[in-house]
Design a protein around this ligand. Structure first.
Ligand SMILES: Nc1ncnc2c1ncn2[C@@H]1O[C@H](COP(=O)(O)OP(=O)(O)OP(=O)(O)O)[C@@H](O)[C@H]1O
Length: 265
């Protein structure tokens, strides 16, 4: 790990959360969009595991399939062939209703555009997924999450009354509050200044270290990727490289290498 943990606020995770070693897995996963002349193979027989209580970054040039992989693994998009599993659940075997329920109960999302509801307060936004699922938040955990992401004094504010960094912290707290099996983050710091971005990444890192959260993050930023335990590189819909315990310099070196091989889009 190249970054010190920034916030020691998360309580430990229950032992039950530590059982299986793999939180999500793709096997020979392919995704094809369109047909005929517009046919695009966005993912070409990708096999990858996302370890439990691990922080994985997905990188690669524009159009390499990063978002598609994340969407397929999160049950936001149907796969064309192969297999995508969260825990032991094969996503292809679920109907739309079951898929919606799985996303609601087992998956947390953090997007670049925050995706907060403007009419709700910060606290209401944080607890919304649990409210929809009819689940009572674990108060102690919720307080710890809110405390750790530094939102205690902002809970009654609406998103428009918060800075971009604060809004993204609400989105992070929302994802963490429900203790999902896996959090998918798509460029979560893309709209933030570097200090706010570092805070958000620090919280994610800390949630993995202290609370055994599993995080998968798509990013273009080598500095952000360096917060992860592992970086998976995609090019042309295939996994071409992996780095463990990455530093920003090592990530940058790999990106340059791929560029020099002409793999950019
Ligand atoms: N809904 C869609 N319909 C048709 N083609 C699509 C669709 N979504 C993605 N694609 C294509 O699939 C390929 C992979 O796209 P994807 O968005 O996964 O790439 P990415 O690596 O996330 O790119 P970026 O870094 O620019 O966000 C691209 O060629 C893209 O044009």
């Amino acid at each position: 790990m190249s970054h010190a943990a920034t916030s020691p606020g998360f309580p430990g995770s229950p032992a039950s959360a530590r059982t299986a070693a793999v939180a999500a897995r793709a096997t020979d996963l392919s995704k094809v969009y369109g047909q005929g002349e517009t046919r695009v193979v966005a993912l070409d027989s990708v096999s990858v595991e996302f370890g439990r209580a691990r922080f994985t970054a997905i990188m690669g040039p524009s159009g390499s399939g990063k978002s598609t992989l994340m969407h397929c693994m999160a049950g936001l998009d149907r796969i064309s062939s192969g297999s995508a599993r969260i825990g032991e659940v094969e996503l292809g075997s679920l109907n739309d209703r079951q898929l919606t329920r799985l996303r609601r109960d087992k998956v947390g999302f953090i997007f670049q555009a925050f995706n907060l509801l403007p009419t709700l307060s910060a606290l209401e936004n944080i607890t919304l997924p649990m409210d929809i699922a009819g689940r009572k938040p674990d108060r102690e955990w919720l307080d710890a999450v809110i405390d750790t992401v530094g939102l205690s004094g902002r809970l009654a504010h609406r998103p428009a009354q918060l800075s971009g960094g604060q809004q993204q912290r609400v989105a992070v707290a929302r994802a963490l509050a429900a203790r999902p099996e896996i959090i998918f983050a798509d460029e979560p710091t893309g709209n933030l200044d570097s200090r706010s971005g570092a805070e958000v990444l620090g919280f994610l890192r800390e949630s993995v270290r202290a609370a055994d959260q599993t995080v998968v993050m798509v990013t273009h930023d080598p500095v952000a990727a360096a917060y992860a335990d592992r970086v998976v590189f995609l090019a042309d819909g295939r996994i071409v490289e992996e780095l463990h315990d990455p530093t920003a310099d090592a990530v940058l070196d790999r990106m340059r290498l791929f560029d020099s091989k002409g793999r950019t889009s």
